[in-house]
Design a protein around this ligand. Structure first.
Ligand SMILES: *Cc1c(COP(=O)(O)O)cnc(C)c1O
Length: 438
């Protein structure tokens, strides 16, 4: 499989090159030259396949011959090595809990896969690789955890000071070793801008082997398809999926990597009724679906902060899947914007009525799904629960008027000491830091 750049001004790359480079030299995103059709048997007899086997079959065409089969099977097994249960909330809605990985967020899947692929690719190289990543919250922790102590890899994480939750901050500032946290005086968009500028700076790229671990990296983006298949497998075994009716899937969306992976899986053959991109007040895509005008905005801070993105990078990939044909996109995707007040009300009412505790991101997804189902009687759906509610206890606890039990792994981390380096939102300062590490 080869990947081309969405800006059409870079040489094509294979999976290894696309993983190492992150972004194409012309600043486009790598996109597969063709979307593979999955073996019919995989879908038809999905119940007879293990998680590991499904994940391997889904990813193998994208990896091609850049990783041998036995290594890829090992990487995939380690990637999906935690529970991803489909849990019933009420009559029409299930929750796919993507938060049982080591940092309690769905990003663990992509980060675990990518770190292992990159670890494989840099083995035996004489140059260190520096993974540079901007985070609005959850990416940092998942990437830090995935790469922690991986030989030959340094990780530099930029996060907006005061705009991530305390659990998130601990997850990215307490590991140490090869993990470096830069606390930026600015927003997530500032962090992303700094990272983008460094990646396009020829001088520094000559001297330092830099790569990105943001969701634009194909090795993070593509494995996110896995759990859509695990969802479908469990859906078929549930009362709602028994008739074979595919689910509507609602995905809390920020940078749109997760939902783009789901749509890719669907185009490869996974039955899905419809996708909903559930957004908070950052409504660039909901507005686009109404007006067909794509107008990036400054990010607005909300209580679902991992989705505070004003210019979602992966949306161009969604357009690419549909050859930029809006009519086709519209058949598969709807989008909705949910306010913070509605998010809080949703957490509260679902907790009271269904004894199910949503985190703020899952709540955005839930309400968008519920609204859609109301307008489409006879359909049922799945909301992707992208983070454990405890990661956002400062939002959730006052709403339900109860404390959220903290898992043991988090308790340990909360008492560890934060180590961050403060920095102004200036890409020159970031460059200085990267040079100083060499
Ligand atoms: C990152 C994140 C999202 C947004 O995912 P995208 O792939 O960027 O759209 C949603 N919820 C949580 C909890 C996240 O960490």
């Amino acid at each position: 499989m080869k990947y081309y750049s969405t800006n059409h001004n870079s040489p094509n790359a294979d999976f290894k090159e696309a993983t190492i480079k992150g972004q194409a030299p012309d600043k486009g995103l790598y996109f597969p030259q063709s979307i593979p059709a999955l073996p019919a048997d995989l879908i038809k007899n999905i119940n007879q396949h293990s998680k590991e086997e499904i994940a391997y079959q889904v990813i193998a065409p994208y990896v091609g011959d850049t990783i041998p089969e036995n290594e890829l099977r090992r990487i995939v097994s380690e990637t999906v090595n935690f529970d991803i249960p489909l849990v019933n909330i009420n009559d029409g809605i299930y929750s796919l809990e993507l938060y049982h990985g080591p940092t309690l967020a769905f990003k663990d899947t992509g980060a675990r896969f990518m770190s292992r692929c990159l670890g494989y690719f840099v083995k035996g190289q004489d140059r260190k690789v520096t993974v540079l990543v901007a985070t609005s919250g959850d990416t940092g922790g998942a990437v830090a955890n995935g790469f922690y102590d991986v030989d030959g890899v340094d990780v530099v994480i930029l996060y907006p000071s005061g705009k991530v939750s305390s659990v998130q901050e601990k997850q990215l500032t307490t590991l140490g070793k090869n993990i470096h946290a830069l606390e930026v005086n600015g927003t997530f968009d500032d962090c992303q801008q700094m990272v983008k500028q460094v990646f396009t700076d020829e001088e520094i790229n000559k001297q330092i082997f830099l790569t990105s671990a943001n969701s634009i990296n194909v090795a993070r983006w593509l494995p996110q398809q896995f759990y859509y298949f695990f969802a479908y497998q469990q859906w078929l075994n549930s009362p709602l999926g028994h008739g074979g009716n595919p689910p509507v899937i609602s995905v809390p969306s920020g940078n749109f990597g997760n939902i783009c992976a789901g749509i890719l899986a669907h185009v490869s053959g996974l039955p899905v009724q419809h996708f909903i991109a559930a957004c908070n007040a950052n409504d660039v895509v909901p507005a686009f679906m109404k007006t067909q005008q794509y107008e990036p905005k400054k990010a607005i801070a909300t209580i679902s902060n991992a989705m505070d993105v004003g210019n979602p990078s992966n949306f161009v990939r969604i357009l690419e899947i549909f050859d930029n044909q809006f009519v086709n996109l519209q058949k598969v995707l709807s989008s909705d914007s949910i306010t913070d007040d509605e998010t809080r009300d949703t957490i509260k009412s679902v907790y009271q009525k269904n004894s199910y505790l949503l985190d703020p991101h899952g709540a955005v997804g839930y309400l968008a799904l519920q609204r859609y189902l109301k307008e489409h009687p006879g359909q049922n759906g799945i909301v992707l629960e992208t983070a454990h509610p405890v990661k956002f206890y400062d939002v959730v606890e006052p709403v339900i008027n109860q404390s959220v039990p903290v898992p043991a792994s988090v308790q340990q981390q909360m008492s560890a000491q934060k180590k961050s380096i403060k920095i102004e939102a200036d890409s020159n300062l970031l460059k200085d830091f990267l040079y100083s590490m060499q």
